[in-house]
Design a protein around this ligand. Structure first.
Ligand code: URA
Length: 243
């Protein structure tokens, strides 16, 4: 990787700022001052230092966000605020992106990373990664609805969903439920309820694979995954695909 890219990715500033550090002779590679931003370095084997202090390179970042409503699960948008707009520069320079989408009005657990391979695997339909949503639904949600979801329901476009596990927490004029699904079709939870004649009025994702939304995280905030969370994710990532 280019030296200026590595330094910039590690948080030493923009490429332009990093070039100033290089120009001033502040960077050494294996003990020798290097001024060429294009010099190729190997983060594994080269010792890089800034004014004598070791530069510890990291490539990937993994963030758990408590997504607020009103914000898009995207990296950029001309009109609306995105989840990436909520990040501080320290994290943004890693160029993380959301793993999958939550609707603008949906809140809850969102993973952001720049690890494309892990994201791809978590989103692969073949992995059948379970996601649990808490929802408020207008009308009485019934055991028949749970049975329908368990057998798979037909969405408005004719697609038959895989089985979903519905837990009714409270059935009333406004019901509260949890639904676990292993797919991620567009507006899937809302459309599954539409398939049984009901309307979701509030939706929050609480789990994704082994990750559980940290209830200590205020809405709009995020934190890095813990080592344990990351280990569990890596396990899912390296597990055999289903089917
Ligand atoms: N299902 C939905 O309908 N919306 C979401 O944001 C996520 C799942």
């Amino acid at each position: 990787m280019r030296l200026d890219k590595l330094l910039s990715n590690t948080g030493y500033g923009s490429r332009k700022e990093v070039r100033q550090l290089l120009k001033k002779g502040m960077i050494r590679v294996n003990g020798t001052v290097v001024k060429d931003p294009a010099q190729h370095v190997d983060s594994e084997s080269d010792a890089i230092s800034l004014l004598g202090e070791e530069v510890i390179y990291r490539e990937f970042i993994y963030l758990m966000m408590h997504k607020p409503p009103g914000v898009l699960s995207a990296t950029e948008d001309t009109r609306d605020r995105t989840v990436v707009d909520l990040l501080r520069n320290e994290e943004r320079h890693f160029e993380p992106f959301p793993v999958g989408r939550l609707d603008k009005d949906t809140e809850g657990l969102l993973l952001l990373t720049n690890d494309g391979k892990l994201a791809h695997n978590l989103l692969s339909p073949k992995k059948e990664v379970p996601k649990t949503y808490f929802a408020k639904v207008a009308g009485h949600v019934t055991q028949e609805d749970a049975e329908a979801f368990a057998g798979g329901v037909i969405l408005d476009d004719g697609y038959e969903t895989k089985p979903g596990m519905l837990t009714i927490l409270h059935s009333d004029e406004i019901s509260e439920i949890e639904l676990t699904i292993t797919e991620g079709k567009f507006h899937q939870v809302k459309r599954m309820f539409e398939a049984v004649g009901k309307k979701v009025i509030y939706l929050k994702r609480v789990t994704m694979g082994p990750l559980v939304l940290d209830e200590e995280l205020p809405m709009g905030e995020y934190r890095e995954l813990t080592v344990e969370e990351l280990q569990m994710l890596v396990k899912v990532n390296s597990s055999k695909q289903k089917g």
